[in-house]
Design a protein around this ligand. Structure first.
Ligand SMILES: Nc1ncnc2c1ncn2[C@@H]1O[C@H](COP(=O)(O)OP(=O)(O)O)[C@@H](O)[C@H]1O
Ligand SMILES: [Mg+2]
Length: 317
């Protein structure tokens, strides 16, 4: 099957700045792809090339097999691009704003009313139809931006830093909307400078730094590789019974043959297993045998921030 998005040696310089250096990627249809990198990494440059707004210095990129430089009109029909800040249409009402852009996509008459109704419902902005664009909260204007790029029912969404500046509630709503769009079969490319901000909604990620791709792959694979390299982490809580303290538990665990390291945080013990340790249950058994009441014993998923820090420190090539 043709991948939905590809970059082959995609490169862009601005005078002396090499903003993107030979990016090669393949993104299958239906992925939610997180494009992660610090400010200045080259994310916007990449997205603008996919969006036909910027010409590559060399290399190429395709959408559904279509070369975006050679066939920009065909590529634009397939894609909805949401820039990192939406333009200034503050005096318009929400409905007018969408009607205006639908007309720009040459959607007219009854079809236009229907499409605008659909995107308003999908983005949960029905109740804001007659509100001025300027009166929307950050989360709502983000959803309006999405409603706008959905008008022509594109297969691919290119979203540049869509979660930046959203409060936690708006971020949850945004995440739900992304899940819904994914269920509709859309391929979604999302950039962010914070992995934790979008990591949970992504099926795959790429990490970019100073124009160079450091890593790309399924998020589950990143976690698995890093866990294999460093050992799994357990989270344990014990109750102090019979005069025993958490320090006694720490001493006991520190000396345990399956344990390579540990720390205490907020009353919980985080313990790193040795790479050779397969079954951690002897640790639980030992705690119970020594008279500790075991309140919690689970394996921790590696945190996305840790993933990011370790990849950008060159741990994963
Ligand atoms: N129009 C431009 N002219 C000159 N340099 C630019 C221009 N746009 C971006 N750059 C430079 O290219 C690099 C990548 O920028 P950008 O793609 O905006 O990164 P990101 O979106 O990841 O923050 C940065 O060093 C930036 O300063
Ligand atoms: Mg940017």
């Amino acid at each position: 099957m043709t991948p939905m998005l590809t970059a082959e040696g995609l490169t862009r310089s601005y005078r002396r700045t090499l903003a993107l250096d030979h990016l090669t990627l393949e993104i299958p249809e239906g992925e939610v792809f997180g494009f992660i990198g610090p400010n200045g990494a080259g994310k916007t440059t990449t997205i603008r090339m996919f969006a036909t707004l910027l010409r590559p210095t060399s290399g190429r990129c395709t959408i559904a097999g279509i070369d975006v430089v050679r066939h920009p009109f065909a590529a634009r029909k397939l894609m909805g691009y949401m820039p990192d800040h939406i333009g200034i249409y503050d005096d318009m009402l929400v409905e007018e704003y969408l009607m205006f852009f639908a007309a720009a996509y040459r959607i007219h008459g009854r079809e236009r009313d229907r499409v605008v109704d659909d995107v308003l419902a999908l983005t949960d902005l029905d109740g804001k139809r007659n509100a001025p664009v300027r009166a929307l909260s950050r989360g709502m204007s983000q959803r309006l931006g999405l409603a706008r790029v959905l008008l022509h029912d594109p297969k691919v969404l290119l979203l540049d830093e869509p979660a930046a500046g959203l409060d936690p509630r708006a971020r949850i709503e945004f995440k739900e909307l992304v899940a819904e769009l994914r269920n509709m079969g859309k391929t979604i490319f999302i950039s962010s400078h914070i992995l934790a901000e979008i990591g949970e909604m992504c099926t795959s990620i790429a990490i970019l730094e100073a124009g160079k791709l450091l890593y790309s792959g399924p998020i589950s694979e990143v976690r698995r590789r890093l866990t294999e390299e460093s050992g799994r982490v357990l989270k344990i809580r014990v109750a102090a019974v019979d005069g025993k303290t958490i320090d006694d538990a720490l001493d006991l665990l520190r000396a345990h043959p399956l344990v390579s390291g540990l720390r205490e945080e907020g009353g919980a013990i985080f313990l790193r297993l040795k790479l050779t340790a397969e079954d951690p249950s002897p640790i639980a058994a030992e705690l119970v045998r020594r008279g500790f009441a075991l309140l919690h014993f689970s394996e921790e998923e590696i945190g996305l921030e840790e993933v990011f820090m370790r990849i950008t420190n060159g741990v994963v090539a």
